[in-house]
Design a protein around this ligand. Structure first.
Ligand code: PGA
Length: 255
């Protein structure tokens, strides 16, 4: 049974005080929910405070990025161990904003993914095509390159500990969502790639999240699809009033 996950990617938003307050509101409104797994990814500066605010809840905390090296002269970067010891269980890697704005290639994402797994963090590896690529009909090729490159040389065990997020770049922060059919089609394609690379059994165990303008209104139709195992949410994760109803949509599907 694949794990259902609703993750909030707060990006470069929220001061320490604001972040701890939002984490508490989400915990209060979500109550005891443990399925789906709720994951919150605040900026680095707020990780410790958010983890403290959530210590009595089931909600887990993740980083939004990390460096592949363990330590050293990498000004501005943080390591897997730093995330772990700040209370993180997960880390988002290869988000399209990292790929586009910070030149992260799939090889870089791969090195980070391996470093995260070695350290004991669960990587949430993001893939997704741009509008140009979709219109040129190259979505599958792009996804294949990003999945293959980012997950290169992972063992079966590694793969079982890794989460994938499909986030079409044209749907991120734009209010445009992939239709459930479009998202499901790519999720099926990704699962097929995992089956080829590993095995069908492994592919069937990997959670594949959808991201890109997920809101309370579009969540039910997306989550009803067989291969959509949750969401990675940006804008709508910045208030408990939008985020928690999405969590509850997934929880209700479970019963
Ligand atoms: P969005 O962001 O929900 O604001 O579109 C999703 C993401 O970038 O993870």
């Amino acid at each position: 049974m694949r794990k259902k996950i609703i993750a909030g990617n707060w990006k470069m938003n929220k001061t320490v005080v604001e972040a701890a307050g939002l984490a508490r509101s989400i915990a209060d409104q979500a109550g005891e929910i443990s399925d789906p797994l709720i994951l919150i990814c605040p900026p680095f500066t707020a990780l410790t405070e958010v983890a403290m605010a959530l210590k009595d809840s089931e909600i887990q905390v993740g980083g939004q990025n990390m460096h592949a090296e363990k330590s050293g002269a990498f000004t501005g970067e943080v390591s897997a161990e730093m995330l772990l010891t700040s209370g993180c269980s997960h880390v988002i890697l290869g988000h399209s904003e990292r790929r586009a704005l910070f030149s992260e290639t799939s090889a870089v994402v791969n090195a980070k993914t391996i470093a995260a797994l070695v350290a004991g963090l669960i990587p949430v590896v993001c893939v997704g095509e741009t509008l140009e690529q979709r219109e040129a009909g190259t979505t599958n090729q792009i996804i294949e390159e990003q999945v293959g490159g980012s997950l290169d040389s992972l063992s079966e065990d590694d793969m079982l500990r890794t989460v994938i997020a499909y986030e079409p770049v044209w749907a991120i922060g734009t209010g445009k969502t992939a239709t459930p059919d479009m998202a499901e089609e790519v999720h099926v394609y990704i699962r097929g790639l995992l089956a080829e690379k590993f095995s069908q059994e492994i592919a069937d165990e990997v959670s594949i999240l959808y991201g890109g303008s997920v809101k309370p209104a579009n969540a039910p139709d997306l989550f009803a699809r067989e291969n959509i195992d949750g969401a990675l949410i940006g804008g709508a994760s910045l208030t408990a009033e939008l985020f928690v109803p999405i969590v509850k949509t997934m929880e209700k599907l479970e019963v």
